[in-house]
Each structure stands twice: as structure tokens, then as C-alpha cells.
Design a protein around this ligand. Sequence first.
Ligand SMILES: NC(=O)c1ccc[n+]([C@@H]2O[C@H](COP(=O)([O-])OP(=O)(O)OC[C@H]3O[C@@H](n4cnc5c(N)ncnc54)[C@H](O)[C@@H]3O)[C@@H](O)[C@H]2O)c1
Length: 338
Amino acid sequence: MNNILFSGDENAFQSWLTAQSYSQCILLADAHTHGFCIPLLTKKIPALSTASRIVIPAGEEHKNIDTCQWIWNELENINADRQSVLICVGGGMVTDIGGFAASVYKRGIDFIHFPTTLLAMVDAAYGGKNGIDYRGYKNELGLFRHARYLYIEPAFLQSLSARLIHSGMAEMIKHALLSGEDYWQEIQSYTAHDFCLLSSIQRSLGVKINIVQQDEFDMQIRQRLNWGHSIGHAIESYSLNQNTPLLHGEAIMLGMLYECCISETIFGLSSSIFQTLLELQQKFFPQLLMNYHFSDILPYVDQDKKNNQGYRMSLLKAPGECVVQTLVSVQQIQDVMI
Ligand SMILES: NC(=O)c1ccc[n+]([C@@H]2O[C@H](COP(=O)([O-])OP(=O)(O)OC[C@H]3O[C@@H](n4cnc5c(N)ncnc54)[C@H](O)[C@@H]3O)[C@@H](O)[C@H]2O)c1
């Protein structure tokens, strides 16, 4: 499992890093985080200012095998050996691909995550799932391996656009709904600023930690975190392949809305959950529309890794009550889409 440090713990991190005696620290960033976040990081942790750097293109469309090859070539060019550490500085795209590239390079070198988006802080950078998209499908290639350290620094969020802040908020809303009525009620009154507070990030991340620690390898309980993701990932892949990519959290917001409707059909989830979620969507994601065609989305739902003798989804009975591996028929999906 990850060690986690929070803003203000720079000295503890620096002491730990020194004690590891890594042969080389290598910073991995994308084109945006290289400009926005590396200067802040090296100011806080001066020992990293002399580290080698690998910079990859930004965007989900680059979370692929070509970018991995670029990373591996660069690691070889700078003579990274098995005692090197890759320090991933970025959103979920960088932490996913960086963790994957590091995990297979020379059979695995250590990696550390400095998440720089809200979504990566509360979700993507924790939990050991690394991977890349392949042949148009989300996270088709990947493995489980934890970062040695996860460092949460909300100051990185200062350069993040409102759209990207909102994208992270979707996963926090998901965590609140998975947690139970109290957190769900509380989060409904949060402003965008509230979502970005260190205390809010810690609370949201805490929900994920609690679930992952019960089921590290995603056999059962961890699949609760996939609520909203069967349809959400399908919409994300579809939008990417249409060259109109949605952000991950935007796709998950839509996925949660659709899966609320399926949850109502199968488990009698109260329609008030859908209504409140719709209000949050209209407040923070007014550009999103539930206008996806069943025939466009179903081929991508087919690729969901949870499927087993039919479509399997994590669905809600109530806030705090998520039932994993629920069998859903094609008709039940069709009924909630156009
Ligand atoms: N491994 C997991 O458990 C897990 C969980 C959830 C999501 N994910 C993955 O995370 C990815 C989405 O992550 P994301 O939403 O962070 O997107 P992202 O990493 O693509 O970042 C979005 C954009 O923000 C820019 N950016 C990042 N930090 C910035 C900063 N501080 N200031 C300015 N610009 C900045 C990036 O360069 C990029 O252009 C998806 O690939 C998704 O599949 C993984």
C-alpha cells in the first residue's frame, strides 16, 4: 500500500527519499504539468531540482503504448537502472501511465505519485491500478502495483481550470454516495472551493482507502468504486473515439446518472438521488447532456472488465449501499438511453 503524505510534510518526504539511496530520481510530467507543477514541486522539494525529466504529451489520447515506448526509450537513454525511481507529476493520465511504465521497466522500478489534479488526488493516484488505453478501450492493459509514496499538495490545483476541478468533483460525489447518507447530504452544499480544501480531499480519499484496503485486487468490495463507471467508461471511450473527448469525471457524472436510473429499476433506488445528482450536474456540468444513443454506447459497455456471463454493474440500493456484480440485461440498459 502507498505511504501518504500531505502538504506541509516536505521534510519527512525528503528524509525518506534520502534514506532510499535511489541511484537516480526521474521526474515524469506531461507538457502542462511540466510547466505548471514542476517549478512548484522543486521549490518545495529542492532535492528534486537536479532530477532528470521525461515529458510526455498531455491528454487521454496519449495514454497509450506509443507514449509508453517513449518513456522506456527515455529511461534507457538516461541509463535508469533498477535502483532508479520514477516520480510521476500529473493528473490521472500521468499517474496511470507512469505507474504502468515503471512497473514493467526492468521488471519494475519504484514510482512515486505527486497528483496534480483533484481527480488524481482523491482517486487515480491511490490504489495501485496502473494502465493504458488500447485499441480505443479504456485501461485495457494494466496491472496492480502501488506507488511507494503518494504526496497530496492542494497548491497544485491553483493552475487547474474550473472544468478540470469539476471533473474531480464527480469522483468526490461518487465517494460521498458510496459512503452513506451523512456524507451525501453534506457534499450537496459544497462550493467548488470547498471541494478543493485539504480536509475535503482527505475525506474523499479516505473513502477510497477504506474500500481498497478491504479488497486490494478488485475481487468484490472494491468494485463498489466502479459505480457509474460501466456506462461512464463506455461514454468516455466513445467520446474519445469521436474526437470529442469528455474528461474522465464528466463521463463518470453521466455514468452515475444513467446507472441511477438502472438502480431504480433493479433495486428501487429512490428517485430523489437521481434528482439531486441531476441538480449537481446542472450546477457544475451544465454542458453535459444525457443524449447518448444506446447503439453507440453498447459496444463499449461490452468491453467492461467486470462483465461475466452478461453485463455486470455496481449499482446503488441507497447511499452507502452498493451491490457489485449485478446482472443487467441489454433491455435494462436500452430503457435508460435513447
Ligand atoms: N488508476 C485509477 O484508479 C484511476 C481512477 C480514476 C481515474 N483514472 C484515470 O485518470 C485519468 C484522468 O485523470 P485526470 O482527470 O487527472 O486527467 P489528466 O491527467 O489527463 O489531466 C487533465 C489535464 O489537466 C492538465 N493538468 C494536470 N494537472 C494540472 C495542473 N495542476 N495545472 C494545470 N493543468 C494541469 C493535464 O496536463 C491535462 O491536460 C483517466 O485516464 C482515468 O482513466 C485512474
